[in-house]
Design a binder for this molecule. Structure first.
Ligand code: 15L
Length: 270
């Protein structure tokens, strides 16, 4: 059984994966800057700050595969994004190369393409349109992954995660929802499929209101089980309580687009 290192263990996705991944990969080492609360005695944990290369190298030592969830997971100041997501991501890929790790699954985000209008259907070959410094850092991570795949032979999978959770919580999330078990499927493809070289998948469940062509993931055998339409009434009721956001409601990235926005909506690219 391969040894898997998961960064960002204390975050929301990491916490849920601590319940789901061990039945698939019994030998997991969880890593983060701080220990997750309620760490069980059988769970292995290594503390590492992603912005410190020596700590990252130590954390991933002996791994066959890495699931890189670590970093800052929403918009932040340039300094925060630079340290956690740009330098942190570089350190992760470079440490993986130095220590001979074969595969990395990178948690990218829908915010790498957030400035596409909701009326556009996009695939993974369309150019990135980040909606935030955070989104830029995710596009950077995808590009870095391609460099380490094609120059150094690592097998890289970037998953543009939509919205991870037990149910879609508003109208936008009906289009981008990702059921936790579906993320596990995508991670397994990235860590195990023999034909992975450098792939980008959308981290989305079977959402009939979806905006993304996820053919690449389907080619690798992804069969999402979550259906956001089953939650439509609750999600739309929650949406009705939210204030209107003309910019955020137009674009796929939602509030990440309207935050700090000072362009005219009439000039929005389609
Ligand atoms: C993300 O990338 C964030 O990490 C998460 O907190 C949500 O904001 C999600 O996107 C989303 O777009 O709903």
């Amino acid at each position: 059984m391969p040894t898997i290192v998961v960064t960002g263990a204390a975050g929301g996705i990491g916490t849920r994966l601590r319940q789901l991944l061990p039945s698939v990969y019994p030998d997991i080492c969880w890593s983060d800057r701080v220990a997750p609360p309620h760490l069980a005695s059988h769970e292995r944990f290594v503390k590492a700050d992603l912005s410190v290369m020596s700590e990252v190298e130590q954390a991933i030592d002996g791994a066959h595969g890495i699931v890189h969830l670590g970093g800052h997971s929403i918009e932040g100041s340039w300094e925060t994004i630079l340290n956690a997501n740009i330098i942190g991501c570089y350190n992760l890929f470079e440490a993986a190369r130095r220590r001979g790790v074969e595969r990395v699954v990178f948690a990218s985000s829908n915010h790498a393409i957030g400035f596409y209008p909701r009326q556009r259907r996009i695939g993974t070959d369309d150019p990135v349109r980040p909606d935030s410094r955070y989104g830029v850092s995710k596009a950077f991570g995808e590009a870095l992954g391609a460099l380490y795949a094609y120059k150094h032979g690592l097998r890289i999978t970037s998953i543009r995660i939509g919205n991870f959770g037990e149910a879609p919580v508003d109208e936008r999330r009906l289009s981008i929802w990702l059921k936790p078990e579906d993320l596990v499927q995508l991670i397994r493809i990235g860590l195990e499929h023999p034909d992975i070289r450098c792939e980008i998948f959308y981290g989305a469940s079977d959402n009939s209101r979806g905006w993304w062509d996820n053919a690449a993931a389907f080619r690798f055998g992804y069969r999402p089980q979550g259906r956001s339409e089953e939650y439509v009434a609750a999600a739309l009721a929650a949406q009705a309580k939210l204030p209107a956001d003309p910019v955020g409601d137009w674009y796929q990235g939602g509030p990440f687009c309207s935050d700090e926005f000072d362009d005219g909506i009439e000039r929005s690219p389609v």
